[in-house]
Every structure is written in C-alpha cells, then in structure tokens.
Design a binder for this molecule. Structure first.
Ligand code: B4P
Length: 184
C-alpha cells in the first residue's frame, strides 16, 4: 500500500514524478493544481473562485482545496493507495489532512521532499510556459513556497515521515530513486 505526499518548490518535478509513479503503481495521482486548472477551464464555481489566485501564483484559500481533497479521498479508487501532489502546502492544510486521514483510516503516508535550486526551477518553468509560468509569477510562487510551504519540511521531519530526494537530476534518475523508495 503506497500513500505518498509530494512536497517541493514549483518546478521541482512533483507533478512530473507523481504522474509516472502513480501509473507504475496503478494508484490515483491527486494533484490539487490539476484539479483547480480543470475547474478553471470548465468555469465551475470552484474554478471561478480559484482563478485569480492561481494565475497570480497565490495559494487558493484553504477551505476550497481542503473541500476538494476531502471529496477526492473518500472515493472508492483510493483504497489501493494514492499520491497527493501539491497538497498540503501550508501547516494548516497539513493539520487538516492529518485529522482527515485519521477519520477515514488512511494512515502510514510518507512524504517525499523533492528539492531543487531556484535557478533550476525558474529555468524549467519558463521553458514550460503555462499561464502562471511568467518570470514575475514564478518569483512570487517561490516566495510563497519559502514562506508557507517550506515549514512543512520540519513538520514532517519531526514526525519522521520525510524522505528528501534531489530533484536536480534527470527525470529518469529521479524516477529510479523514487521507485526504490516505494519498493523499500
Ligand atoms: P501546482 O499545479 O502544484 O504547480 P507547481 O508547484 O508549479 O508544480 P508542477 O507539479 O506543476 O511542476 P513540475 O515541478 O512537475 O500548483 C499551481 C497553483 O495551484 C499554485 O500556485 C496555487 O495557486 C494552486 N494550488 C495548488 N495546490 C494548492 C494548495 N494545496 N493550496 C492552495 N493552492 C494550491 O514540473 C515543472 C516543469 O519542469 C515541467 O515542464 C517538467 O517537464 C519539468 N521537469 C520536471 N522534472 C524535471 C527534471 N528532472 N529535469 C528537467 N525538467 C524537469
């Protein structure tokens, strides 16, 4: 049973690696960023509320993402495991998740901290060129990461759930390391 959380700055490879690993393991890849972008595309009430935050590189309010994570984690397909990519992103969201997982009997999750230096992630994101991948928005997302998300590294280290992987390697090398971790 694999339950993994991917942490790391924007552009560190969370989404890229989570997708590969989830396919390998045949478990759902739950990306809050993807769910929000899909909702924005379809202009659902969630998408309309989220769009200015996502486009500016700000975190969407906790309540919105927490509701969507809760709804997703009670679906039948998560019984065989899951990979959470991009959630939690704040200590408040981590507290919410801890409580939720206890309620729905889904403990034992491990946390992968994918690390990569700022200049590397800026270059990758500029090359990708999503709507929120302009230089100004990327710099802002990195500030938000440092202030809001990086404290989760200590949070999960204290709970002995943290595994750090160097994201500044080829995609294949990172995938190999992650495959070793999930099979160990
Ligand atoms: P996300 O969708 O999570 O976006 P991200 O942090 O930029 O990372 P992503 O996973 O897409 O990119 P990756 O590193 O894989 O969030 C977007 C927005 O949604 C947030 O800013 C926020 O507004 C909102 N949001 C999401 N979750 C939220 C939450 N919990 N609370 C509040 N708001 C939330 O890949 C980047 C690029 O690098 C790709 O082009 C890839 O091909 C390349 N790449 C990856 N690995 C590489 C490697 N090893 N070598 C070379 N290139 C590589």
């Amino acid at each position: 049973m694999t339950r993994l959380i991917f942490l790391g700055p924007p552009g560190s490879g969370k989404g890229t690696q989570a997708q590969v690993l989830a396919e390998d393991l045949n478990i759902p890849h739950i990306s809050t960023g993807e769910i929000l972008r899909q909702a924005m595309k379809e202009q659902t009430p969630l998408g309309i509320k989220a769009q200015s935050y996502v486009n500016n590189g700000d975190l969407v309010p906790d309540q919105l993402v927490q509701d969507l994570v809760k709804e997703r984690l009670i679906q039948a397909d998560v019984k065989s495991g899951w990979i959470l990519d991009g959630f939690p992103r704040k200590v408040t969201q981590a507290g919410f998740l801890e409580k939720l997982l206890a309620e729905i009997n889904q403990g034992g999750e491990r946390v992968v901290n994918l690390d990569a230096p700022n200049d590397v992630v800026v270059e990758r994101l500029l090359a990708r060129g999503r709507k929120d991948d302009t230089e100004e928005v990327i710099r802002h997302r990195l500030d938000v990461y440092r202030n809001e998300t990086a404290p989760l590294i200590e949070y999960y280290r204290d709970r002995q759930q943290l595994i750090t992987v160097n994201g500044d390697q080829s995609q294949e090398k990172v995938t190999n390391e992650l495959q070793k971790i999930v099979t160990s």
